[in-house]
Design a protein around this ligand. Sequence first.
Ligand SMILES: Nc1nc(=O)c2c([nH]1)NC[C@@H]1CN(c3ccc(C(=O)N[C@@H](CCC(=O)O)C(=O)O)cc3)C=[N+]21
Length: 297
Amino acid sequence: MTDATLIDGNAFSAGLRDRIRAQVHTLRETRRITPGLAVVLVGEDPASQVYVRSKHKRTVETGMESFVHTLPADTPEDELLTLIAGLNRDPQVHGILVQLPLPRHIDAQKVIEAIDPAKDVDGFHPVNVGRLAAGGEALVPCTPYGSLLLLKDRLGDLSGLEAVVIGRSNIVGKPMAQLLLQENCTVTIAHSRTRDLPAVVRRADIVVAAVGKPEMVRGDWLKPGCTVIDVGINRVAKPAPEEGTRLVGDVAFAEAVTVAGAITPVPGGVGPMTIACLLRNTLVACARQNRLPLDAI
Ligand SMILES: Nc1nc(=O)c2c([nH]1)NC[C@@H]1CN(c3ccc(C(=O)N[C@@H](CCC(=O)O)C(=O)O)cc3)C=[N+]21
């Protein structure tokens, strides 16, 4: 059998960013409005710094305003809440993202709930979680939304397909399941207590792996021809005698590629889609805040 098709998240996200850039341009020319994204980073986690830099770069490239707030690791919670209150009021800021994880002395849920739901471009506020579940005008979490765009591009109509989401986080697993349900998939959410996970995964036409365990999903768990979305980004040591680290997903790629019909690589799969969808959410939030219609993007 031939190897799986690689789902190119770099290429797809570049196209999405082009469409967003064109709409940002139109907004500026016709309405004198520039969408603005505020990103708040607390502490010096090197991985978070890399993500925040690349979000800033992509935001500016798309013609939007980027406001990056870097706070020391020992910032008191109330100071962070005061900053968010200011961003909520700032008419130049249409989207607010507080980079997670936060230092332990800060209650992340309290911080998420302090963000104006209309500016919550991560889609983590309970109002947006509820609207997604009930089918309203939600801002949808970026990684699941980006994953869904890749699935629809590959498969078209998802109705009736068996989807297994591995992982039940608020950030990926739960919203991913909601989106697949909205697309009329038969959805199973599997997790650490699931009995006989390989047997559950073997039923799936669509497998979304979002557990954070390097190469956990093996090739022989997959139904031949299925579509695999690998959300994991795990930095692991290279095999000896090589030195340094490499990125691997939650799926054993070399095995899976011989069984699946299509699969996202890591890197170059879901990761770049996450950032493109963040820009999309910022544009959507800006349009809604200004009561402007938006072409489908
Ligand atoms: N409030 C909040 N919202 C987030 O969306 C959020 C967050 N906190 N905390 C951290 C995670 C992680 N995240 C990624 C975004 C892009 C890539 C990405 O573009 N990855 C590339 C490059 C990876 C690399 O080379 O390091 C790829 O997969 O090809 C990865 C990870 C967003 N996060």
